[in-house]
Design a protein around this ligand. Structure first.
Ligand code: ADE
Length: 255
C-alpha cells in the first residue's frame, strides 16, 4: 500500500508515522508513505497556496492549481481522498475497504478548506474522522493511515489481531490485565490464571458483550444480545471479579 499525502506540513505526517507498528511496516516495505508539498508547485515568489474566499468569509481557501499539480506529479492510478469534516465517517468497515486498494492519495486541507472545483474534478471520496473540526487534515490523514494500515495483512504481527480488535466484530474489547496479579486491592480474575484456554475464550466473549452493553449498546443494532444469558454470566462473577472488571452493576437495570 502506498500513501501519497498532499500537505503543507509534512512534519506532522512524519511524526505520526515514524514509530510503532506502522513505522515498522514502513521499514519492511509493506507500507510506503510519501509527502507532497503543494508549495513546490507554485509559480510566484511568495509560493502562494491560498487566497481569500470569493464572497467574503473567514479563513483562507487553498488554491486548486497547486493541489491539482501535486496530484498530477504522483505516478500511477490512485484513489483520491479529501479529509474533511463534511466527509463520510471513517469506520472500521471503511478502513478495511480502503486497505484493499494499492495507492491512496490523501489531500490535507488547511485554513478554510479547499476550492470546491478541485474536489469536483479530482476527489473520489471525502472522509471525516468525526463530528468536530480540526485545524487541518493532517491529523485526520494520520488517523486514516493508521486504521487502514492495521488492516493490511502482515502489518500486525498476528494476522488475526485486527479482526479481534474492537469494532471489527461490532463488539468492544474486554478488559485486559497484566502483572502484578494484585493492584490497589483489585485482583486479576481467577479464570485468566487457570490456563484453560477454551474457558477463557468463552469468558472473554461474554465479557465483550457485557462491555459493549455498558459502553456502546448502539453497536448491537436491532437484535440485541441475549440479556438473560448475560445477566446469568454477570451474576456468576464474584464480587472481586466484578470490581476488577469495572462491572459492579449489570449494565441494563431493566434487564
Ligand atoms: N479536517 C478538519 N476537520 C476534519 C475532520 N473532522 N475529519 C477529517 N478531516 C478534517
Amino acid at each position: 500500500m502506498k500513501f501519497s499525502v498532499i500537505t503543507l506540513f509534512p512534519e506532522i505526517i512524519e511524526a505520526g508515522f515514524s514509530k510503532g507498528i506502522v513505522g515498522q511496516a514502513q521499514g519492511s516495505q509493506l507500507i510506503q508513505v510519501e509527502c507532497i508539498n503543494p508549495r513546490s508547485f507554485t509559480q510566484d515568489v511568495h509560493k502562494t497556496v491560498d487566497d481569500r474566499p470569493f464572497g467574503g468569509g473567514d479563513g483562507m481557501i487553498m488554491l486548486a492549481e497547486p493541489l491539482a499539480k501535486s496530484i498530477e506529479s504522483i505516478q500511477g492510478p490512485a484513489h483520491v481522498i479529501y479529509l474533511s469534516p463534511q466527509g463520510a465517517p471513517l469506520t472500521d468497515r471503511k478502513a478495511k475497504e480502503l486497505s484493499q486498494k494499492t495507492h491512496l492519495i490523501l489531500i490535507c486541507g488547511r485554513y478554510g478548506g479547499i476550492d470546491q472545483r478541485l474536489i469536483n474534478s479530482q476527489v473520489d471520496e471525502e472522509i471525516s474522522i468525526g463530528d468536530y473540526v480540526l485545524s487541518g487534515g493532517e491529523l485526520a490523514a494520520s488517523v486514516l493511515m493508521d486504521a487502514v494500515s492495521r488492516k493490511i495483512p502482515g502489518v500486525l504481527g498476528n494476522l488475526t489481531s485486527s479482526e479481534l480488535d474492537s469494532f471489527s466484530g461490532q463488539r468492544l474489547e474486554e478488559p485486559s490485565f497484566t502483572r502484578p496479579r494484585e493492584y490497589l486491592g483489585q485482583s486479576v480474575p481467577e479464570i485468566l490464571l487457570s490456563g484453560n484456554h477454551a474457558k477463557i475464550q468463552e469468558w472473554r466473549k461474554n465479557l465483550k458483550d457485557l462491555v459493549t452493553l455498558k459502553k456502546r449498546p448502539d453497536l448491537f443494532g436491532e437484535k440485541g444480545p441475549d440479556l438473560h444469558h448475560l445477566k446469568k454470566f454477570w451474576s456468576d462473577l464474584s464480587e472481586s471479579e466484578k470490581k476488577s472488571l469495572g462491572l459492579q452493576k449489570f449494565p441494563q437495570e431493566n434487564a
